[in-house]
Design a protein around this ligand. Structure first.
Ligand SMILES: *Cc1c(COP(=O)(O)O)cnc(C)c1O
Length: 379
């Protein structure tokens, strides 16, 4: 079955004798045991909950994973992945990362004895040059947020594996509907489901999906041991939102294409960023590992002041952090989502202060273009 079908056809209530078609919310912390010594399928909701189990199985299916785990946020999911390393180990990370991930890695390197080094370029050879025997985990995003650079997942996976390291890909920008890094050699995928996966700006959630059951057992023991699980109610919202992932992203992407065509004609727009837009080679690379460009467009106006005027003049695009929701939003990453990137990394990842990031929603494209047009006139 193709992804659009799998998004709505899955076992929603395994074993339920009433056979409901929507997954019930099991708002229970604990489960009665048949005897003092015999545990049932579920015993305690931190360790496992039926609503979460349905969601995790569905996510594993969509990512082509052996196992998936749902956490209370994207950063809780990333934190769990870092727990796979011991003191003395090293993370080799792309410099083009979500601001909160950089902040987490900086803290981690200060208290845990785990070193973090960054690769300031997106080509595979730079990863080959930088990897060391102590590297246990290579960590990337592709397309990168917010500049939408593309990194070769299979190429970096090969380098990681030759060195005995794991590759983790943050797949938030694409979601499993558009990209499945595990099928290109990655070992771990993380998601901030807060973005496109849940898609309605009403649930904060994270996902870890793994390619093999041995890593899965480790992640399970970290999740159960540290406890940052997703609540049953949030699992329900996530499941409900995810059913429309395909139809939402199809519409968001077709809106994004129309908006790109419009923005290309605007003299106030000095530079446009969209996966593969400015370079055929990376466009081909993206096409070989993903099924679309997604809903995020970035642009530059030439000055921070002009960008601010543009952003504040928009009416349908809400000024807000995050992306991937049904409603369009806009942000200035250097001052918002990426404000927490340490100055040393800023110079490496070259985030322009006039950068504007649009997250295109499911509205009517003409209305969105009308809004962009009136706001650009004020620049
Ligand atoms: C938002 C985001 C995160 C963090 O997720 P939260 O759910 O906010 O904790 C991680 N990676 C990327 C790419 C993100 O956009």
């Amino acid at each position: 079955m193709k992804p659009a079908t799998r998004l709505v056809h899955f076992e929603s209530c395994p074993g339920d004798r009433l056979r409901p078609v929507a997954t019930p919310i099991y708002l229970t912390t604990t489960f009665e045991q048949e005897s003092a010594l015999g545990l049932g399928q579920f015993d305690y909701s931190r360790s496992g909950n039926p609503t979460r189990a349905v969601l995790e199985r569905q996510l594993a299916d969509l990512e082509g994973a052996a196992k998936a785990f749902c956490f209370s946020s994207g950063l809780a999911a990333i934190t769990a992945v870092t727990r796979l390393l011991n003191a003395g180990g090293e993370i080799l990370a792309s410099a083009f990362l979500y601001g909160g991930t950089c902040r987490l890695f900086t803290k981690l390197s200060q208290y845990s004895g785990i070193a973090v080094r960054y690769v300031g370029s997106t080509d595979v050879e730079s990863f080959r040059r930088e990897i060391r025997p102590a590297t246990r985990l290579v960590y990337i995003e592709t397309p990168t947020n917010p500049l939408l650079h593309i990194i070769d997942i299979a190429g970096v996976a090969k380098i990681a594996h030759e060195s005995g390291a794991l590759l983790c890909v943050d797949n938030t920008m694409m979601s499993p509907y558009l990209q499945n890094p595990l099928l290109h050699g990655a070992d771990i995928v993380i998601h901030s489901a807060t973005k496109s996966l849940a898609g309605h700006s009403d649930v904060t959630a994270g996902v870890v999906a793994v390619s093999d059951t041995a890593i899965g057992e480790e992640v399970y023991s970290i999740q159960n041991g540290e406890g940052a699980v997703l609540s049953p109610f949030d699992c329900y919202l996530f499941l409900r939102g995810m059913k429309t992932l395909g139809i939402r992203l199809d519409r968001q992407e077709s809106n994004a294409q129309k908006i790109l065509e419009f923005l290309k004609q605007q003299s106030a727009v000095q530079h446009l960023y969209y996966p593969g837009l400015n370079d055929n080679l990376t466009g081909q690379l993206h096409g070989s590992q993903a099924r679309g460009g997604g809903c995020v467009i970035s642009l530059e106006t030439g000055s921070k002041e002009a960008s601010q005027r543009f952003v504040e003049a928009l009416e349908l695009f809400t000024i807000a952090l995050s992306f991937g929701s049904v409603a369009s939003s806009v942000s200035m990453p250097a001052f918002m989502s990426h404000a927490s990137v340490p100055p040393s990394l800023r110079s490496q990842n070259g985030l322009p202060s006039d950068l504007v990031r649009l997250s295109v929603g499911i509205e009517d494209a003409d209305d969105l273009i009308g809004d962009l047009s009136q706001a650009l006139a004020k620049v």
